[in-house]
Design a protein around this ligand. Structure first.
Ligand SMILES: Cc1cc2nc3c(=O)[nH]c(=O)nc-3n(C[C@H](O)[C@H](O)[C@H](O)COP(=O)(O)OP(=O)(O)OC[C@H]3O[C@@H](n4cnc5c(N)ncnc54)[C@H](O)[C@@H]3O)c2cc1C
Length: 383
């Protein structure tokens, strides 16, 4: 699949790899330890037009495609998974649904700032009692004259507090479960809208993960995204695109970990020779490289299908499932090759291992991906 990348894709990779090494890697450890959102890096990413990467220039995007976007998230995540997810959540979960379902006036109002990176985006679907079962959510949107009143709360929201624009799901027909959900564009400074508890996490610690509180937030009707009561389907489709971003994050983490393990084992000597010269080390690395490359193929396949306008939900779920499992396995086994040093904070590998786990959980757990894949396989099969 990689041989199908065009010159532009190779250029994105080269540019992003250089940027990641020079501007992201030096801060990855410290922002993780201090759990501070990397505002300066985000500004630099905006200057590079990364926040509008897969969108057309007509809407102030960079004119790239999903494959370029996947490469960008991958290269950033190779050195800092936090930075990778900031870009992924903004692009796939906020800019993309507005780009896809927004009215002309919504696009004019929100896309120039979002795609130029002047404003950051986020997506609020999850609630305390509505995770995998997203249709069980309790946040309500009550219609009044020319506006809706949104009332409820969201948890675990990436970029919360740092974002200016939020896609928020709420029940417009609370008795209809998922058939009564709608999506709204909510501006971060709307009265009644606030950020609550910050989550202290195992990994991606510099990424902002917070609660959102909606206390009778007045949202104009013109901010309803797409059709009323069609929010559930739109959320599922948004997450399908998001899974390409998370698969890219996972492949990036795995690739970075393999690189680190290769370097370390070539330097570290035991029994008078480098531990890389032991066949066990070589075989472990060979297996990890093979799995990482397989994950990358699935990732590029899903991204390519999306770019070609083909159905890609199953492909994106397979890519995320396999890439997430691979990132977890690769980082754990790579850490083992570092021995005791890998367990200390001196090396990046322990952070990579902590960061990898989330790729098996957010934007649908591994189990949720299996449901998507199996449902797609069972279509048309009588049972
Ligand atoms: C760091 C982080 C960032 C996040 N960012 C966002 C964000 O930006 N926006 C947003 O809306 N959400 C976000 N989330 C939420 C995330 O998508 C959910 O945590 C995830 O979908 C799982 O939901 P849950 O945590 O409620 O787990 P649950 O749904 O309670 O699941 C618990 C376990 O049960 C399993 N399970 C549940 N149902 C089934 C079933 N039917 N069959 C088999 N197994 C099942 C799950 O796979 C899992 O293993 C984020 C979460 C984290 C941790």
């Amino acid at each position: 699949m990689e041989h199908l990348l065009n010159e532009k894709h190779h250029l994105v990779r080269k540019t992003l790899a250089e940027f990641a090494l020079k501007e992201v890697k030096p801060y990855a450890k410290v922002i993780d330890e201090q759990e501070t959102f990397p505002n300066e890096t985000v500004k630099k990413m905006a200057k590079m037009h990364l926040f509008g990467l897969p969108f057309s220039t007509e809407h102030h995007g960079a004119g790239g495609d999903t494959v370029s976007y996947a490469i960008a998230v991958m290269e950033l995540s190779k050195v800092c998974a936090t930075t990778g997810v900031i870009l992924s959540a903004h692009t796939s979960l906020c800019a993309e649904p507005i780009y896809r379902w927004g009215t002309e006036s919504q696009k004019k109002r929100y896309l120039p700032d979002l795609l130029s990176g002047k404003k950051l985006g986020a997506f609020g679907l999850t609630e305390p009692n509505a995770g995998t079962d997203a249709g069980a959510q309790k946040t309500k949107a009550i219609e009044h004259d020319d506006h809706y009143i949104l009332h409820g709360s969201k948890i675990f929201i990436t970029n919360a507090g740092e974002a200016d624009v939020y896609i928020i799901s709420a029940m417009t027909e609370p008795n209809e479960k998922h058939k009564g959900m709608s999506l709204f564009i909510v501006e971060g400074d709307t009265p009644g809208f606030s950020v609550g508890k910050k989550e202290l996490k195992l990994g991606i610690r510099a990424s902002s993960t917070k609660e959102l509180i909606l206390n009778r937030v007045k949202v104009p009707k013109e901010n309803l995204l797409g059709k009323k009561n069609k929010g559930f389907m739109m959320a599922l489709e948004t997450l399908a695109g998001g899974r390409i971003g998370i698969a890219a994050q996972a492949v990036g983490i795995a690739e970075g970990a393999i690189e680190q393990a290769l370097n370390y084992t070539s330097q570290r000597k035991q029994f008078g020779k480098s531990i890389l010269s032991f066949q066990n080390t070589q075989f472990v690395l060979a297996e990890l490289e093979t799995k990482k490359e397989a994950a990358k193929q699935l990732l590029f396949k899903a991204a390519k299908y999306k770019d070609l306008g083909m159905p890609y939900a199953k492909e994106a779920a397979m890519a995320k499932l396999f890439a997430g499992e691979t990132a977890t396995e690769v980082t754990q086994k790579a850490l083992q090759l570092f021995g005791g040093y890998g367990y200390t904070r001196e090396y990046d590998i322990e952070r990579m291992m902590r960061d990898a786990k989330i790729t098996e959980i957010y934007e649908g757990t591994n189990e949720a991906q299996k449901m998507v894949i199996a449902n797609s396989m069972m279509k048309g099969v009588k049972s």
